[in-house]
Design a protein around this ligand. Structure first.
Ligand code: AP5
Length: 185
């Protein structure tokens, strides 16, 4: 059973690697960023509420993402496992997820992958991609938010012995190979 959380700064490769592994394991890749962007594109009530935060590189309020993750993790395709990408992003979201998983899986172990990539590489990757929130000013804010609010989750999960660190500053195939190696071990 593969239940994985991907941590890592903006541009670390969470979405790319989560998609590859999910395909490999035939389990869903659940990206809160993708779900929010789809909602914004369709201008659903969630999308309208999230728009301003996402465009500024701020985190959207917990309630919005907690609700969408809860709903998604209760869909039937998650029974054989899942990969969460972009959630949790704060200790408060991690606590919410703990409660949810206790309810759903009675605390079976979830592993947490931290993709490590230097800041200059992150910036270069994101500027080369050019998504709506990939301009330099917003990327800088996303990196600050990551350091202030998300990076504390590294110690949070390390202390609980759930953390696996992987060098994300390698070719895509090398990162995938290392990930498969560590999650199979
Ligand atoms: P989200 O979509 O999660 O954005 P992010 O964390 O900033 O991550 P990115 O998608 O930019 O990077 P990634 O690590 O997935 O890298 P990727 O594989 O794409 O969130 C967007 C926004 O939504 C947030 O700012 C926030 O507003 C909101 N949000 C989302 N979740 C939330 C939550 N839980 N709570 C509150 N708000 C939330 O790769 C990036 C680029 O690098 C690609 O072009 C890729 O091809 C390239 N690349 C990847 N790996 C390599 C490699 N090894 N070598 C060369 N290039 C590579």
């Amino acid at each position: 059973m593969t239940r994985l959380i991907f941590l890592g700064a903006p541009g670390a490769g969470k979405g790319t690697q989560a998609e590859t592994l999910a395909h490999h394991r035939n389990i869903p890749h659940i990206s809160t960023g993708d779900i929010l962007r789809q909602a914004m594109q369709k201008q659903t009530p969630l999308g309208v509420k999230a728009q301003d935060y996402v465009s500024r590189g701020e985190l959207v309020p917990d309630q919005l993402v907690n609700d969408l993750v809860k709903e998604r993790l209760y869909e039937p395709d998650t029974e054989q496992g899942w990969i969460l990408d972009g959630f949790p992003r704060k200790v408060s979201q991690a606590s919410f997820l703990d409660e949810l998983l206790q309810e759903k899986h009675n605390h079976q172990v979830v592993r947490v992958v931290n993709l490590e990539v230097p800041d200059d590489v992150l910036m270069a990757r994101l500027l080369a991609r050019g998504r709506a929130d990939d301009n330099e000013e917003v990327i800088r804010r996303r990196l600050e938010v990551y350091r202030e609010q998300t990076a504390p989750l590294i110690d949070f999960y390390r202390d609980r012995q759930q953390l696996i660190c992987v060098n994300g500053d390698q070719s895509l195939d090398e990162v995938t190979a290392e990930l498969l190696d560590v999650i199979d071990s």
